[in-house]
Write a protein that binds this ligand. Structure first.
Ligand code: FPP
Length: 252
């Protein structure tokens, strides 16, 4: 039986973020080039998008290419960019049909023009969709995003739009590239590493973290449901005590 039938449909995380790690190791283990691992990774992307649609996840953010990934060998970067373009090209009709809205976060400036054009086309073509919002973190780094937010806030302070004493947590969040998105309830990292790698540092302050040894190309719908089931067993206390939460539940 699929774990999909075991999941509590009333407690699906609204926003799930994923660090898709392990493509390279998956391919090397099979005696192939790392690039083949990224190709297999794109198939896993499709699987988690389908699974998200099936169970009603509203936002899915995928760490597709970090600012630090620009340091990889040129041949690998070129292959990932070509794969991105080809995948968006082949999936655009399905995204439209399945009510998926595509967005990106990150600094688009260093991305190849043809990739950016394809992405912008897909963003425009899906902008009216209201089902799942699929956010690709592309050329994204959380520290860079935070530094950029600080620069933008500084400019608005200079213009007299508000004063320094009015900068609240909410104000700050509005200057990040994730401004209009809810914070993720669940962050999944595949590939057996236990770190955040400069992903959504501000937004995951209270996210539940789920790490799995499974390499990204092996990650399928059942693995995704397993992560959600694990999330559903967590007690999200936000600094309160367990007793306080029980009392609040009883009042409701
Ligand atoms: C991390 O694995 C993966 C990446 C840096 C690239 C992710 C890209 C894809 C899954 C391809 C397509 C994506 C979309 C959205 C169509 P790694 O290379 O760091 O693996 P390793 O840790 O085993 O070396």
């Amino acid at each position: 039986m699929s774990l999909k039938n075991v999941i509590n449909k009333d407690n699906i995380p609204c926003h799930i973020a994923i660090i898709m790690d392990g493509n390279g190791r998956w391919a090397i283990k099979r005696g192939n080039s790392r690039i083949l691992g990224h190709k297999a990774g794109a198939i896993s992307v499709r699987k988690v998008v389908e699974a998200s649609l099936e169970i009603g996840v509203k936002y899915l953010t995928l760490y597709t290419f970090s600012t630090e990934n620009w340091e990889r060998p040129k041949i690998e970067i070129t292959a990932i960019m070509a794969l991105l373009e080809a995948t968006i090209n082949s999936e655009i009709e399905d995204l439209k049909k399945n009510n998926v809205k595509l967005l990106t976060i990150g600094d688009s400036a260093p991305l190849p023009i043809n990739v950016m054009e394809k992405i912008n086309y897909a963003i425009n073509a899906t902008s009216e969709n209201t089902g799942l919002t699929l956010i690709l973190a592309l050329s994204y780094g959380a520290k860079q995003d935070i530094a950029n937010a600080m620069r933008l806030i500084g400019k608005d302070v200079e213009k007299g739009i508000f004063s320094i004493s009015n900068i609240s947590i909410d104000t700050f969040g509005k200057y990040l590239s994730t401004a209009n998105l809810p914070d993720p309830e669940l962050l999944i990292r595949t590939g057996g590493e236990y770190r955040i790698s400069n992903f959504l540092l501000w937004e995951i302050a209270y996210s539940e973290l789920y790490f799995t040894e499974t390499l990204w190309p092996d990650f399928d719908k059942e693995d995704f449901y397993k992560a959600i089931l694990n999330y559903q067993k967590r007690e999200r206390r936000y600094g309160k005590t367990s007793n306080q939460l029980t009392k609040m539940k009883n009042i409701i």
